[in-house]
Design a protein around this ligand. Structure first.
Ligand code: ADP
Length: 499
């Protein structure tokens, strides 16, 4: 028996108090006694937590058992009171039960009878306590959940990034003020509505819907840039991820939105600055190159062999600088959306032929066999002539640059489904697998012992890719180290006919 449990015996007869105390103490209970009602109540007040069962004599001088019972019920209605009655007072026992006593035991009683009635009361009390404990636990965990919920809500509401959470049916279940501000709508028009109802940016809606459909466990997140506002002057970066439960089922999606308008503005300023500087540099460097050419052509007098050597080197470096300036200006134009400005019906084979002819000298210099093949009839396309020349010049000059002497470079034009396909292949040094995915990045150059001597800016392919993208086409590359590289450019016929 738990020793902190007290049984209080309230009886005016000393023999009864001692008897009960002895029997129950033997069984391990801790027993308190009181010789009258008043003292009994004082004991209860003194040990409010520890007294569980009270044995109460109904017939006492002074304060009667009934009065004590009334008071006990007031102090704690859960306290279990067993009334002790004489034969003559069975009716009062019944009355006491009506008043809330738990049980009664008539006098005289045997030790076993006492044990049984006390044990029964204690069991009942234990159940009561356990129920009370469980109730408090539940209340506490509910309170914890509520606190946790409000904590998370507060954090999400204070975040600078926008948050948009959808359930698996595409209904918005959580959002924050930053998201409503960035999406230029109110929180109420988002919360509880489906994606189609709240007229979100169509690209964003599509991405969220797609993320909810994806079955692939490996799928993590999609990042995209969105432009908003009447004249598309605001920019957001949105990261959308799928939310799955423990068994891999899709539960919904989470989208985090970042306002990148100021970064875009900075980027624009930087590009404009680069464009301005490169533009200002071009004229003086071109003048230096021209004057070097004049001197090298001996139009300004004789040049010694040593001088010629030095001036040729200087001219080569100046040409490298002019190439870099050209690439930087092209990049600036692409970023400002001015690169592909004028689309016209174009016979692509003629454009290619012209570039191939121009590159012949460079190819011959390296003893490279440069060839161009095309079927006799190829549909003309609507494209920007300068941009197309830019693509071909970059791809063919790369092929020549990265192919050792005596190699082959061939260009082919053909049709593939709804596309015109331009292929530029070489028997050059090839590109390592790990570099292939990066060669279209701005300023990316493969660094090997073979490429170290080759001059370049790392901008050519990124310019090519931007032009192809602007024509709604695609570019791919196949390469094997030491064997050669093939670039395939596809230009869709649909974009070709519009423009
Ligand atoms: P770069 O000015 O360095 O040529 P590009 O953007 O045109 O810059 O090309 C990026 C990189 O891709 C190059 O540095 C080169 O390593 C690799 N590359 C491009 N074309 C070829 C090719 N035909 N063969 C092998 N490597 C190539």
């Amino acid at each position: 028996m738990p020793d902190q449990v007290h049984i209080l015996v309230i009886d005016d007869e000393q023999i009864m108090r001692d008897g009960c105390s002895r029997i129950l103490s033997k069984d391990g209970w801790s027993v308190l006694t009181a010789e009258n009602g008043k003292k009994g109540l004082e004991e209860i007040q003194r040990h409010p937590e520890n007294i569980d069962v009270i044995l109460l004599d109904l017939m006492m001088p002074g304060m009667s058992g009934m009065e004590v019972l009334d008071q006990v019920r007031k102090i704690d209605p859960n306290l279990l009171v067993i009334v002790i009655t004489g034969y003559a007072t069975v009716e009062s026992a019944v009355e006491a039960m009506k008043k809330g006593a738990y049980d009664f035991i008539p006098k005289p009683f045997t030790p076993d009878q006492l044990r049984i009635v006390v044990k029964r009361a204690w069991e009942r009390r234990s159940l009561q306590k356990e129920a009370e404990f469980l109730r408090k636990e539940r209340e506490r965990s509910l309170r914890d959940i509520a606190t946790e919920k409000s904590k998370i809500k507060t954090i999400i509401n204070c975040m600078g990034d926008g948050v948009l959470v959808c359930d698996r049916d595409g209904c918005i279940v959580l959002t924050n003020p930053a998201a409503s501000r960035m999406l230029m709508t109110s929180e109420t028009s988002l919360l509880g509505n489906s994606l189609s109802q709240c007229h979100l940016n169509s690209e964003l809606s599509r991405t969220i819907e797609e993320s909810l459909q994806v079955k692939d466990i490996g799928y993590t997140s999609v990042s995209q840039e969105l432009s908003l506002g009447e004249s598309q002057e605001f920019f957001l970066r949105a990261h959308t991820a799928q939310v799955r439960n423990d068994v891999g089922e899709t539960m919904g999606s989470v989208t985090v939105l970042q306002d990148i308008s100021h970064l875009k503005e900075l980027d624009k300023m930087k590009s404009e600055f680069i464009a301005m500087v490169t533009h200002e540099l071009r004229a003086p460097i071109a003048a230096v190159e021209q004057q070097l050419t004049v001197i090298l052509n001996k139009m300004a007098g004789d040049v010694t062999e040593k001088q010629e050597q030095l001036l040729s080197r200087a001219k080569e470096r100046t040409k490298g600088l002019l190439d870099l300036i050209k690439d930087l200006l092209d990049i600036s134009k692409i970023e400002a959306g001015k690169m592909v400005q004028y689309k016209e019906p174009l016979a692509l084979q003629e454009v290619i032929q012209r570039v191939v002819d121009l590159m012949k000298v460079e190819a011959e210099y390296k003893k490279i066999d440069l060839r161009f093949t095309a079927p006799s009839k190829v549909p003309s396309i609507n494209a920007d002539r300068n941009s197309m020349e830019g693509i071909l010049t970059n791809l063919i000059s790369n092929a020549i640059k990265y192919t050792p002497e005596g190699g082959k470079v061939w260009v082919n034009l053909g049709e593939e489904g709804g596309f015109l396909k331009v292929t530029v292949s070489d028997t050059g040094i090839g590109i390592k697998k790990e570099d292939v995915s990066r060669i279209f990045d701005k300023f990316y150059r493969v660094k090997t012992s073979e490429t170290r001597q080759i001059i370049g800016t790392g901008l050519g392919l990124s310019i090519v890719k931007s032009i192809v993208d602007a024509h709604l086409g695609s570019i791919s590359v196949e390469s094997e180290e030491g064997k050669g590289t093939t670039f395939n450019v596809l230009l869709p016929k649909e974009s070709i006919q519009t423009a």
